[in-house]
Design a binder for this molecule. Structure first.
Ligand SMILES: Cc1ncc(COP(=O)(O)O)c(C=O)c1O
Length: 401
């Protein structure tokens, strides 16, 4: 069965991969070229400089690597740590769980603090673990900024404050896969040592680029870090930066042009406006969920994510059925629940290149799917709640003032 045989368009509302904007599609649609020509470094230098803007850093060094978010995790760890180093992680959803597991596979001494799924980093435990660690055996604290499986956004300013309060020198490694480029991310202010994202989320590109940024402290750590590393070794990239060639291996040329277009779109809209738009769409979604009489997976409003909303279904329903019927009947793709919350939550992704009316269509589809699976929803209730808020809060399109 051909997925694209359904008439009309697919409404892609999973929390990544996200919609690819037309301008990005066009930018991707080009042939190969000689990345060792004199023209390519000019393009690359600017691209690398510009990509740091989505991290809000002046001092960070970017790496654009052909990989995915999962590769980004590995890249961050093997460049800054040595085998056997103690690493503190917090597991509060599927991605923080997978990152912890990967760190174990890489033979780090992982202290994985199990937290509630639907909650965030246990800040009390963070504080007590750092305080007890007088010998500074913890070499890194790893935090998923936006836990895509539960719709949780962590306040990294508070995490940083706890590290500072304890005068603890551990590196702060942050997964920003479903936040960077959509939510406020202040690498310098929060003194994040390595931040990473993937191309297929907020940037609206195909999967295939891991985009990392390393602080001066992380670069310094990489000089003495002894984890075995080959493909992901930053030193090859740093050498090519010095040489002005920028790529140690053949880069993914089309994806780099796509990234150029994606960044241009973000800068044209203005990063502050991008963040505000994501907040508007997320708030509208949360209002719809409330109007349906359903609960969010996240209970604490301080932890609300503005890129993904995880919705809990009543125990007599299986959330996967909602996802299935939405796809089969309405050509609407929403996310299933993962691991511990499988069958219990479905997820509405509202990240990337997306506007108010697109969101309304997804909310309408979710409503119908809920009714299809036997949930007594009043059709139009969530849509109306979202509309009322969006009608009031949506600004004029800047180019059409
Ligand atoms: C927060 C987070 N981290 C990491 C990943 C893994 O990224 P990838 O699938 O690109 O390897 C994902 C994927 O959804 C994610 O949401």
């Amino acid at each position: 069965m051909d997925y694209f045989m359904a008439p009309g368009r697919n409404h892609l509302f999973v929390p990544g991969p996200s919609n690819i904007p037309q301008k990005v599609m066009q930018a991707l649609n080009r042939g190969n070229e000689d990345h060792r020509s004199p023209a390519f470094p000019v393009f690359s230098r600017q691209l690398l400089a510009d990509v740091t803007r989505i991290f809000s850093t002046q001092s960070g060094t970017p790496f654009i690597i052909p990989t995915t978010g999962t590769g980004g995790w590995e890249c961050a760890a093997v460049n800054t740590l040595s085998t056997g180093d103690r690493v503190l992680t917090f597991v509060f959803g599927q991605f923080s769980h997978l990152w912890s597991q990967q760190l174990q596979k890489l033979h780090f001494d992982v202290d994985a603090v199990q937290c509630q799924w639907g909650g965030g980093v246990d800040l009390g435990v963070l504080d007590s673990k750092l305080r007890a660690d007088e010998e500074h055996r913890i070499k890194a604290v790893c935090v998923v900024h936006n836990e895509t499986s539960t719709g949780i956004n962590i306040n990294l300013g508070v995490v940083r404050a706890i590290l500072d309060l304890n005068q603890h020198p551990a590196l702060l490694l942050v997964d920003g896969v479903s936040s960077i480029g959509a939510l406020a991310f202040r690498m310098d202010e929060w003194k994040v040592d390595v931040a990473l994202t993937g191309s297929q989320k907020s940037l609206g590109l195909p999967t295939g680029l891991g985009i990392l940024c390393a602080s001066p402290k992380a670069l310094e750590a990489s000089k003495s870090a002894r984890s075995p590393r080959g493909f992901f070794d930053w030193s090859a990239y740093l050498k090519s930066y010095e040489l002005g060639s920028y790529w140690p291996y053949t880069p993914s040329i089309q994806l780099l042009y796509g990234l150029r277009a994606a960044l241009d779109l973000l800068f044209e809209e203005g990063l502050e406006n991008v963040i505000k738009r994501h907040h508007r769409l997320a708030h509208a979604t949360r209002l719809a969920v409330k109007a349906w009489g359903l609960e969010l997976c996240v209970k604490d409003p301080e932890l609300y994510s503005d890129t993904v909303t995880a919705v809990v279904v009543p125990s007599y329903l299986n959330s996967t059925d909602v996802v299935r019927v939405a796809w089969r009947k309405y050509n609407l793709s929403i996310g299933i629940g993962l691991n511990k919350v499988a069958g219990k939550v479905f997820r509405i992704g509202h990240l990337g290149f997306l506007n108010e009316l697109q969101l309304i269509s997804a909310l309408a589809g979710v409503e119908m799917a809920l009714k299809d699976v036997g949930f007594p929803v009043k059709l139009g209730s969530g849509v109306a709640a979202a509309q009322a808020y969006l009608q009031e809060s949506t600004p004029l399109i800047p180019s059409r003032l």
